[in-house]
Design a protein. Structure first.
Length: 314
């Protein structure tokens, strides 16, 4: 996208640039062991994948999500937005590949009836107060040996935050939280599903799973590469002392979809930028973009929002 960014005295043309993948972006976690799972994907009839040894991880959606977009009870029927997003996120992870054509060592299955065993990841309808306020993953047990996870989706996801974000953002949000479960930390420094969300609208800048995401999941999965992962569960690089797990009753140690990238004591804030297109004789079509900036570095850029025709350069 080519646009002109202006102040009262200056107009600057800027272009979007290419993407660079740092080696450890997103960071995998050195002190989070893989979930044991429930056998091989080849044993799941719907997989139709003989000889597939990927580890089966069972997902279920809690009954609290048996509501319509307005929050009205719909017994036995899951909220359509959440149902579609969970299925989308599962399919996206199951089919994602790294730059060498490898998939992750996991195979997610939505198992509402418990047909294949106890649930590994329960998706609940609960208010989220931390981070962006849209989602949070909470471990059950203590790191590194977490036994299962709860993913909290705030009720506002049920109507796409009054349609302020898109279906693909909700799919990306669930994919992001699944990424925490399988060993990935938040990050803003590359194009990754582990980047964050706009805390106002709920829109996400990245909703696709990148090759490096898959690569880093497998680095956490393997016993020989996990110790070389660069980050600990608590956001530090020194894991001595264990890292803080949370339990079913608390939020301690949970990850969210803000995508802070382990930044400790950073000077972070939101800034609003304006730009004009078809700029002529001091007037043009005015646009607005919100950016998240830490220590002078742009960590996230929101969608450009059209404000209308304007002659005001501020």
């Amino acid at each position: 996208m080519r646009m002109t960014q202006c102040t009262a005295v200056l107009c600057v043309i800027f272009l979007t640039t290419g993407v660079v993948y740092p080696q450890n972006c997103p960071p995998c976690l050195k002190n989070q062991n893989p979930l044991p799972g429930h056998g091989a994907a080849a044993n799941i009839p719907s997989c139709v994948c003989p000889n597939d040894t990927r580890r089966v991880i069972l997902v279920s959606i809690g009954g609290g999500w048996n509501v319509d977009p307005n929050g009205n009870s719909t017994p036995g029927q899951t909220n359509v937005h959440v149902w579609n997003a969970v299925n989308c996120a599962i399919a996206t992870w199951n089919n994602a590949q790294d730059q060498f054509g490898n998939k992750t060592g996991y195979y997610f299955v939505l198992d509402q009836s418990g047909q294949y065993g106890s649930t590994d990841i329960k998706i609940q309808r609960e208010q989220v107060a931390s981070g962006g306020g849209f989602a949070q993953s909470v471990p059950v047990g203590t790191h590194p040996n977490v036994t299962s996870w709860k993913i909290k989706l705030d009720p506002k996801n049920g109507n796409l935050n009054n349609n302020q974000f898109r279906h693909e953002d909700l799919c990306g949000r669930v994919s992001h939280e699944l990424g925490h479960v399988i060993g990935l930390a938040d990050n803003w420094d590359c194009t990754t599903i582990m980047s964050g969300t706009d805390p106002i609208t709920g829109m996400r800048p990245v909703n696709t799973i990148a090759p490096n995401d898959v690569l880093q999941v497998n680095n956490n999965l393997r016993d020989d590469t996990r110790p070389n992962c660069p980050q600990c569960y608590d956001g530090t690089t020194n894991c001595e002392g264990g890292g803080g797990g949370g339990d079913e009753g608390g939020d301690t140690g949970g990850g969210d979809d803000t995508g802070d990238g382990g930044c400790i004591d950073c000077n972070c804030h939101y800034e609003t930028y304006y730009a004009w297109t078809n700029y002529e004789d001091g007037c043009g079509y005015k646009w607005q973009q919100v950016r998240y900036v830490c220590d002078g570095q742009i960590r996230w850029e929101g969608q450009w929002e059209y404000l209308g025709w304007s002659c005001a350069h501020y």
